[in-house]
Design a protein around this ligand. Structure first.
Ligand code: C5P
Length: 400
């Protein structure tokens, strides 16, 4: 299963470092080639000789060999690796990974690694539960680092709680699962997808505008997932504070009209599209070129309909895949089915504002996928898990 995989095993200064010996042995037994990088403190917990013997290679700790001045290149190590697995990972190393402190070879290797990174935290229960550690883990997870959860149990301090590094056998299973997931993920190579995301902004005058609560998180997660599976992705984005997902071409727009023009253009040579944006349905008939002055009277702004982007792409779909979203407050399923027909979607992702944790702003969503054959309801999940489910369904249609 791990045959020929190149794994850098990073070991940091935790009492759990003794388990890294077993972990290394198991990885080698599964066919992986393992190079061990230890932090200086890790050497106090497990000997370099043990790790060198088990990994069948000299271990690396220093930036250069003090005897002959030869550099240990963290860049070529980072390029060689299919995975950087840091086990055990101390609170200290996790914090440095978050902030980019690069004061040992393991951290410089982390910063140069192009491969998947996984960490197996190990620390005392209070350190693990501390808001700083939890936030650091969350940040790393958001940046794509796989977190191999510690277990609850007796700790070196004598206290009992969560913080004990996962057992080597479990870590190996998770490493295998990560590789399996990555292999599945080249499946959309050669496909071009467009994704619309975020809120549009309709100007009233040079100062005011009409918009909505969409943050773009769901659309960005979908764009990221499509790109991770090898698709070429154009992300047509309303205003958002989110970073551009790796490998995605982002086209920034403001108004519904701008988004329409960009989407129609990108649709020409696309294989599919996901319409995730919260597009304004109405826009001011006229945009004042100077700031409107207030008076004591009420005021009315006349609005006209915007163009329906999804409907336009759906009308010109041929045999491409088009996915839409529906956010409803009532008659949810019937409305979603209406959209399926009207806009010629292959399926509609229904999220209800009635479900706690679903819809705008949050990091979670609860969706039902509706196609012409019926509906599948999913539990509350993170937006990236929802993206996974949506792209899985896109793939099933691609391969049908
Ligand atoms: O009709 P409704 O706006 O509820 O439909 C929602 C779906 O249509 C979403 O997928 C949304 O991105 C898309 N849409 C669009 N252009 C519009 C309005 C909605 O692409 N002007």
């Amino acid at each position: 299963m791990l045959n020929g995989k190149h794994i850098i095993l990073g070991i940091t200064g935790s009492i759990a470092a003794y388990k890294a010996a077993m972990l290394c042995r198991l990885l080698v037994k599964e066919g992986a080639e393992v190079r061990v990088v230890m932090t200086p403190l890790a050497k106090q917990f497990i000997t370099p000789l043990t790790m060198a013997t088990l990994s069948k290679h000299p271990i690396l700790v220093e930036f250069f060999n003090p005897e002959n001045g030869e550099w240990n290149s963290h860049v070529s190590l980072g390029e060689w690796a299919d995975m950087l697995l840091i086990a055990p990972a101390t609170a200290n190393t996790l914090a440095k990974m978050v902030t980019g402190v690069a004061d040992n070879l393991l951290l410089t290797t982390y910063l140069s690694a192009r491969s998947k990174v996984a960490v197996a935290p190990a620390m005392d229960l209070d350190m693990y539960a501390h808001v700083t550690t939890q936030q650091n883990l969350q940040t790393l997870a958001e940046r794509g680092v796989a977190i191999i959860e510690p277990q609850a149990g007796e700790l070196a301090s004598g206290l009992v709680g969560k913080g004990r590094m996962a057992e080597p056998e479990d870590i190996v299973e998770q490493v295998k699962a990560i590789f399996a997931e990555q292999e599945k993920k080249k499946s959309l190579e050669g496909k071009r997808y467009i994704v619309t995301a975020g809120a549009t902004i309709e100007a009233i005058d040079p100062v005011r505008y009409i918009t909505n609560h969409s943050t773009g998180k769901m659309g960005y997660a979908i764009a990221e997932e499509l790109a991770m599976r090898g698709a070429e992705v154009s992300l047509i984005s309303g205003r958002t504070t989110l970073p551009t997902p790796k490998g995605v071409k982002r086209i920034d727009v403001l108004s519904a009209e701008d988004m329409y023009n960009a989407a129609v253009k990108e649709w020409e040579d696309a294989d599919g599209g996901v319409m995730c944006a919260a597009v304004a349905d109405y826009t001011p008939v006229a945009v004042a070129d100077r700031k409107l002055k207030k008076s004591d009277d009420d005021m009315r702004i006349e609005l006209k309909r915007t163009k329906d982007i999804a409907k336009e792409l759906g009308a010109n779909k041929v045999n491409r895949i088009l996915v839409g979203f529906a956010l409803e407050t009532d008659n949810e399923e019937a409305n979603a089915e209406g959209k399926l027909q009207r806009k010629n979607f292959d399926f509609v992702v229904l999220n209800s504002l009635q479900d706690a944790g679903a819809g705008f702003r949050g990091d979670t969503n609860k969706v039902t996928l509706i196609d012409r054959n019926g509906s599948e309801e999913h539990p509350l999940m993170s937006k990236s898990e929802v993206a996974d489910v949506i792209v899985d369904k896109i793939e099933r249609i691609e391969n049908a």
